[in-house]
Ligand binder design. Structure first.
Ligand code: TTP
Ligand code: MG
Ligand code: MG
Length: 367
C-alpha cells in the first residue's frame, strides 16, 4: 500500500572538523599543519583520547576517540591541543542562531549535537529543490562570513536522507537529494552507512546475507521482523527505502517563540523595518497566546546585507504577553542597531524567551 507522505524539504548542517576548525581560526599559524584536539584525562598529556582532528591529520590515520598516544605515534609532527569546550560552545551557539533564523519557523529547527542541526525549509523554498540549494549555499556563506569556519550541508525530503547527504561530500560540501533521487542515492551504500545502523545490527544483517542498502530494501519485511522484532524490523525496511516520517523535535519543549523574515529588499528605512517588525511581533504574540505562555525576555536579530548577524536581548521586569511592550522594546533595540551600523538590513527576527505558563497568573495589566 502506498503511504501518503507530505512533501518536505529538510536541511542537515554539520560543521567540518569543528573543534579543530575553531582552533585553526583562532591561531592562523596552524593553517597547513595537522591539528589534533585532545581530551586529556587528569593523568596528563600521556593519556586521553582524540576529540577530533583536521583533515590533514586524518590523512595520516588519526581518528576521533583514538588514544592520543597512538595519534602521536602516527604523526609526531602534528600539533596537539587540549579541548576548550567553552569556546566551542560559544561558537556553536552563534552557528545555531544562524541556522534557526533560516528555518521556516521555530518548530522547524532541531539541534542534534554541538556542531549539527536540522532545519525545515519547505515553506521558504516553496518545496522547490533549486531554491533549496540556493538557500543551502547562502547558509554556508552566512556561517563563513560570521564565524569563518566551513560546514557541509545535506538537503533531502526527510531527516534520514538529509543527515546522510551532509556527510556525502565533506568538507565544505553541499549535497542535494531530490525525492526522485533517493533510491539511487542509497542503492550502492553498504548497510552500515544507513544512519541508525550500528555495529551490532550490521553484523546481524551480514548473518542473514544482507550487505547493501538495496539488498535490505528488497528484503521481506517479515524476515526482518523475525530477526529484529516488529519496530526495528519495520524501521530497517522503511529506512532502506529512504523513508523517514519523523518530525523535527523543535516543537517539544521549545523554550522560545520566534519569527524571522526578509525585508522586501535590503534597506535601513525605518518605516519599512518597523512595518515588518510589527508583523513578526503579531505572529509571535498569537503563538504565545495559543500556548498560554508569558515571556520574561526577548531578542532581536538583524542580518545585514553582508550576511553578518547581530543580536540584542532585553530582560523585562515582569513576565508578560503584551504586544505593545514587545513592540516598544523591539523598536528601541532596532534604533540601536540603526545607530551602530550604516549597513543595510537584509533579514530581521524577533524571539521571546524565558517562557512561563500563564495559567493562574495575572498579566500586570490585569491589576
Ligand atoms: P563530528 O561532527 O562527528 O566531527 P567533526 O566536526 O570534528 O568532523 P567532520 O564533521 O568534518 O567529520 O563531531 C563534532 C565535534 O564533536 C568534534 O569536532 C569534536 C567532538 N567529538 C568528540 O569530542 N569526540 C568524538 O568521538 C567525536 C566523534 C566528536
Ligand atoms: Mg562535524
Ligand atoms: Mg557532527
Amino acid at each position: 500500500m502506498e503511504q501518503f507522505i507530505i512533501p518536505r524539504v529538510i536541511v542537515h548542517v554539520d560543521m567540518d572538523y569543528f573543534y579543530a576548525a575553531i582552533e585553526e581560526r583562532e591561531d592562523p599559524s596552524l593553517r597547513g599543519k595537522a591539528v589534533v584536539v585532545c581530551m586529556y584525562s587528569n593523568r596528563g598529556e600521556s593519556s586521553g583520547a582524540v576529540s577530533t582532528s583536521n583533515y590533514l591529520a586524518r590523512e595520516t590515520g588519526i581518528r576521533s576517540a583514538m588514544p592520543c598516544k597512538i595519534a602521536r605515534s602516527k604523526n609526531p609532527d602534528a600539533v596537539f591541543l587540549p579541548v576548550r569546550k567553552q569556546l566551542y560552545e560559544q561558537v556553536s551557539e552563534k552557528v545555531m542562531t544562524i541556522l534557526r533564523s533560516n528555518a521556516d519557523n521555530e518548530e522547524g529547527f532541531e539541534k542534534v549535537s554541538i556542531d549539527e542541526a536540522f532545519i525545515e525549509i519547505t515553506e521558504s523554498c516553496k518545496n522547490d529543490y533549486d531554491i533549496a540549494k540556493d538557500m543551502g549555499i547562502r547558509i554556508k556563506e552566512e556561517i563563513k562570513a560570521n564565524e569563518n569556519i566551513t560546514c557541509s550541508v545535506g538537503i533531502a525530503p526527510n531527516k534520514l536522507i538529509a543527515k546522510m547527504a551532509s556527510s556525502f561530500q565533506k568538507p565544505d560540501g553541499i549535497t542535494v537529494v531530490r525525492p526522485n533521487d533517493v533510491k539511487d542515492f542509497l542503492k550502492p551504500m553498504p548497510v552500515k552507512k544507513l544512519w541508525g545502523i550500528g555495529k551490532v545490527t550490521e553484523e546481524k544483517l551480514y548473518e542473514i546475507g544482507i550487505r547493501t542498502v538495496s539488498e535490505l530494501a528488497s528484503c521481506d519485511v517479515m524476515e526482518l521482523i523475525s530477526s529484529f522484532g516488529k519496530s526495528k524490523g519495520m524501521w530497517l525496511k522503511n529506512a532502506a527505502n529512504g523513508e523517514d516520517p519523523t518530525p523535527l523535535k523543535g516543537r517539544k519543549g521549545a523554550d522560545q517563540i520566534g519569527r524571522m523574515a526578509s525585508l522586501e529588499h535590503d534597506s535601513r528605512n525605518e518605516s519599512m523595518i518597523f512595518l515588518l517588525l510589527n508583523e513578526l511581533i503579531g505572529d509571535v504574540i498569537v503563538k504565545a497566546e495559543a500556548r498560554k505562555v508569558y515571556f520574561r525576555s526577548m531578542t532581536v536579530t538583524v542580518i545585514f546585507s553582508d550576511f553578518k548577524t547581530s543580536t540584542k536581548s532585553r530582560t523585562l521586569s515582569h513576565a508578560v504577553c503584551d504586544r505593545n511592550i514587545l513592540m516598544e522594546t523591539a523598536k528601541e533595540i532596532m534604533n540601536k542597531f540603526l545607530e551602530e551600523s550604516a549597513m543595510n538590513f537584509r533579514r530581521i527576527g524577533i524571539r521571546v524567551e524565558d517562557l512561563q505558563e500563564s495559567t493562574g497568573q495575572k498579566n500586570i495589566f490585569d491589576f
